[in-house]
Design a protein around this ligand. Structure first.
Ligand SMILES: [Zn+2]
Length: 160
């Protein structure tokens, strides 16, 4: 039997209008790609199908494409939090799946930071970090501090 990855941890492709939601999904640990601006609708759907991702959009025209059913999730809300709640009506999204295991900017799984990278972090944050993580693609560092803490609280709120 062919296994459908969507039934394991779902993977997503967000259209360019849903950057905020894409960041939240990445923060929760979901493999989430963002469509580059100006990608034709047909290409988006093709990419989503090829990569077995749910295509999340606010553009109802996408639903009219052939094969959209079972791939396209149409959201109507405007702000990120409302979109997140709306998404949960379509799929069970676990906002505590694997928090902060992916880069919020590039979706790449994070790795434990190297000693040189740790040097770049302010000293008082360095001792909080447990462990300090980095994205090997863009070089962004993640540590338990203001930003991560705020997002963690928000993820907990979304999960409740
Ligand atoms: Zn990155």
């Amino acid at each position: 039997m062919k296994e459908n990855p969507k039934t394991l941890a779902p993977r997503f492709l967000c259209d360019e209008m849903l950057q905020g939601l894409a960041r939240w999904l990445r923060a929760a640990g979901y493999d989430t790609r963002l469509c580059p601006a100006g990608t034709p609708d047909r290409k988006l759907l093709e990419q989503a199908r090829n990569e077995q991702r749910w295509l999340i959009t606010r553009d109802h025209k996408l639903l009219e494409l052939r094969h959209a059913k079972g791939t396209v999730i149409l959201l109507k809300s405007n702000d990120t939090e409302a979109c997140a709640k709306e998404l949960m009506m379509h799929l069970s999204v676990d906002w505590q799946l694997r928090p902060f295991t992916r880069c919020l900017l590039c979706n790449k799984p994070l790795t434990v930071a190297s000693a040189e990278q740790i040097e770049r972090v302010p000293a008082d944050s360095r001792k909080l970090a447990n462990p300090l993580l980095e994205c090997t693609q863009c070089g962004k560092l993640y540590w338990t501090g203001g930003h991560v803490e705020r997002m963690t609280k928000k993820l907990k709120k979304l999960a409740s």
